[in-house]
Design a binder for this molecule. Sequence first.
Ligand code: NAD
Length: 446
Amino acid sequence: MKKIVVIGSGYVGTTSAAIFANCGYSVTAIDLDKNKVDTIMTGEAPFYEHGLHALISRAVSEDKLRASTSYDAVREADIVMSCVGTPDHPDGSSNLSYVFDVADKVSLLMKPGTIFVQKSTVPVGTGQKIKQLFARATLDVSYVSNPEFLREGTAISDFLWFDRVVVGSDDREAAEIVTQLYRTLETCLDRIAALAKVQPPAAHVSQYFITNLNSAELIKVTANAFLALKISFANSISKIADATGADIVEVMDVVGADPRIGRAFLDAGRGYGGGCFPKDVRGLISSASEYGVDLSIMTAASDLNETMPGYIASKLQKQIGEFDGKTIAVLGLAFKAGTSDARLSPGVKLANILAHDGAMLRVYDPEASEEAEADLRKGIEICDSAALAVKSADAVCITTDWPELTELNLADLAATMKGAILVDAVNRYDKHTVTGAGLIYIGVGR
Ligand code: NAD
């Protein structure tokens, strides 16, 4: 059975390592962060993701998954997967220091015949540079790009019931071997799903795409950029809806009913955040400009996205008046439901704007409070429950679509608040039900 080393124990690396280990592969997860390594070795997940804990716990107890801060396991590995972070520099270009740090380190350790798999999202052309680095070290290894499409919050089911596996390489044989990992995974789906307690999606077709190396890299950033574009497009139209009295949800339900367009990612609201869309959009703009290509369409999408928390704050201000002396609850600090990830979270951004403008802020999230804390302005009170956050508040803002937050008991909410304003920054409430409960509804484009 193949030995796999997975470098980087973040959302992508830990999910990949835990699932391949439960497929029967011998997996070593490597991370520089000793806390993450120790957490995995005790059978726990280093962050919240539904089902991940059970998979790690089983694989560690069966000695299929080990974690280490040392790169030693690379010497014996058949396949080395790199899943380290690719954040952006302040100018928007991709910071590839972690990616090249990994490439440098493994180039000293890989045995002949090893397949190096890049799962991190990298600008097109990165793989060719790493291949040159390996060639300079006269390594007889293969390079494969296998970008990851999982989404935090549904990472396990996305990985198990993938809609596409993209394998890009100039080495066809290596590409076939990597493809085979996923074909093996398809034979253990039921067992892993039962352990993680996840359900298959209603309709699902798994497709395999073997492409050239540069195409695989460009596919990943293009997919994220297009989804971000759809969100920003919906948010642009939501401003016209606000100005005219149209309802963006009705508009997009019908526009999205056209199969050429599709309804997904046309939800207006507080904009996108997280560790992927913002930096992938900026990275694509930057890498396009390196090749002399103008991507102003994406610059517009990114700029529009930045305006959304401020836009929502100004809608609230029109209703509430001055923020000074007002108590506002912001419910939702994770950048999306189902994760503890609060990177570039729109909820955090909205809370900071309101606090900066003089309001007293109470915030709550089911999972992300700890991660969000460092990004919240001083003086913002983090609450242990939604009930505590909304008590006597003048306004309540829903900023993440956790079911707990989008299914609040509106009668109880109206009774416990001092004011009566509900800001639905994720457009999940029925506005008539909200007003029926005696609250004032503020949505985005509604
Ligand atoms: P992350 O920030 O959660 O984790 C990255 C990990 O890499 C960290 O634990 C860090 O300590 C470790 N690391 C950094 N340098 C290292 C080194 N030299 N050796 C060992 N470990 C090192 O990142 P993530 O969210 O898992 O994303 C990883 C990549 O996958 C990124 O390129 C991202 O764009 C892409 N991606 C992410 C998602 C997602 O939903 N998070 C989905 C698809 C693709």
